[in-house]
Design a protein around this ligand. Structure first.
Ligand code: PLP
Length: 470
């Protein structure tokens, strides 16, 4: 392949001063998105303003966090009102209304008409830790199932359950033992060379079983482990970091059946795909399947650090089932902080009132526009998405589906860096995902005009890059 001629975005003198200071003192394992050398001054709605006063349209939302947009006035008000009353006392030990009110609302909006209990933490990875602890404690079973391509965070539990990039796990062994990773339905590039819906020719307990899941039922559960030794199946209903990959509609129902048959806890990590991003509260709502445990973080409090693990009452409360963990078995100092809980309550109100609908409408418009761009160009192999969670698969040629090599420029930048860097130069913040995809994850309050502006920039960049490959 011909090398692409690409110059990374220029860095102003003022921005460089911050970057140099940062480099001297911050730890070296940050990803530091090379193609987006953004030094932020402030942000409002879907616009981010850098230290030179240049405005960017934000189609990343701080990694799908600021669902309500940057600095939403209702969130700011809720937080400032709460700051004047109580900043911290520790929700693990004491009681206060914002924590209770937010938990009540989460129980109402999470799928499943059963009693639930909520645990608040401070990061997505903490919800993953919590889920593993709940499942192991309750079932006393050591084994767990996760998926290739999954991303669940950077702690030992998060790393162990992730199957996204080897870099994230390298040299940290031993990880938590007895975790088995199975293929996720990445239908564009099925590792079994199957095609959907032909791949549904098997059944499990009377419902269609995507072929890739028969690797679990017929291989893992027949040859390697007894399903009755498995405590947990953890899955993202839409894979996020893995490339915004949407499984076929039969996938979650089949997982539910498998989990129920063997008494395995089924947990949905909706840390990235939840909180209204897909046009419904949760991605699993599109197929009406409820998990035993729901993991929530990112957009729950519009950028304030919080996660929630919402599980069936019997799993999490020993007064409901004596197999559940006892008081003191889990907790955290900051979980359910009153100021952050106030931000959460305000965020949920805004999402419910207007943003889910907007995500569905503007998401449809954006996806249609992206599909039209795909149809005009040969380096976009697939556009997939629900609401404002849209993935774009980049290929050298859509007929062959061959991906780009890992380096496409003389300076060894990859194709995602080239495209996101060119977008950044034109005022659009857009991130890559997985090895070969771009992800569109703007704040849920963007307008059709914002979407049209982004589409124009994306097409301009795709045209430029593609032109060099001819
Ligand atoms: C699906 C998913 N789970 C877990 C995490 C980890 O969350 P955190 O970075 O807040 O620990 C992420 C973060 O990107 C995620 O996308």
């Amino acid at each position: 392949m011909k090398k692409i001629d690409y110059t990374p975005p220029e860095i102003s003198k003022k921005a460089q001063e911050f970057i140099t200071r940062d480099k001297k003192i911050m730890f070296g394992a940050h990803t530091r998105t090379r193609s987006i050398p953004l030094v932020v001054d402030y942000a409002k709605g879907a616009r981010v303003i850098d230290v030179n006063g240049k405005t960017f349209l934000d189609f990343g939302a701080g990694f799908a966090v600021v669902g309500t947009g940057h600095c939403h006035p209702d969130v700011m008000k809720a937080v400032t009102d709460q700051v004047k009353k109580l900043i911290h006392i520790s929700g693990s030990d004491f009681y206060y209304e914002p924590q209770i009110e937010l938990a009540e609302k989460l129980i109402e909006i999470t799928p499943g008409k059963f009693d639930k209990r909520v645990y608040f933490g401070s990061s997505g990875a903490e919800a993953v830790e919590t889920t593993l602890k709940v499942s192991r404690y309750f079932t006393r079973r050591p084994r767990m199932i996760s998926f290739i391509g999954a991303f669940h965070g950077r702690t030992f539990a998060g790393m162990t359950m992730s199957g996204s990039k080897k870099l994230q796990r390298a040299h940290f062994s031993s990880l938590i033992p007895e975790v088995y990773h199975i293929p996720f339905p990445y239908c564009y590039n099925c590792i079994f060379n199957e095609t959907y819906p032909h791949c549904l020719r098997k059944e499990f307990e009377g419902i269609p079983l995507p072929y890739c899941l028969s690797y679990l039922t017929d291989v893992i559960f027949e040859r390697l482990i007894d399903p009755e030794d498995v405590s947990l199946i953890l899955v993202e209903p839409i894979q996020g970091e893995g490339g915004y990959i949407i499984p076929p509609k039969e996938f979650l129902p089949a997982l539910r059946k498998i989990a129920d048959k063997y008494g395995i806890i089924l947990a949905f990590d909706e840390i990235q795909c939840g909180m209204g991003r897909t046009g419904k509260w949760f991605a699993c709502d599109h197929v009406n399947i409820a998990p035993d445990i729901m993991l929530i973080a990112k957009a729950i409090a519009s950028g304030f650090p919080m996660s929630a693990t919402v599980g069936k009452a019997e799993l999490m409360d020993p007064e409901v089932d004596s197999r559940a963990w006892r008081p003191g078995a889990h907790g955290s100092t900051f979980g359910g902080n009153p100021v952050i809980a106030a931000a959460g309550i305000a965020s949920l109100k805004i999402i419910e009132k207007e943003l889910m609908k907007n995500a569905a409408e503007v998401g449809d418009f954006l996806k249609k526009g992206m599909i039209e761009i795909m149809n005009r160009h040969r380096i976009i192999g697939e556009v997939r998405g629900l609401g404002l969670m849209i993935g774009i698969e980049l290929v050298q040629d859509k007929k062959t589906k061959e991906h780009f090599p890992s380096a496409v420029t003389i300076n060894r930048e990859n194709i995602k860096e080239v495209i996101t860097g060119e977008c950044f130069k034109r005022g659009l913040i857009l991130y890559g995902a997985g090895f070969n995809s771009l992800r569109i994850s703007p704040p849920l309050m963007i307008t059709k005009d914002d979407a049209a502006e982004a589409l124009k920039i994306i097409e301009e960049v795709i045209t430029k890059v593609e032109g060099q490959l001819l």
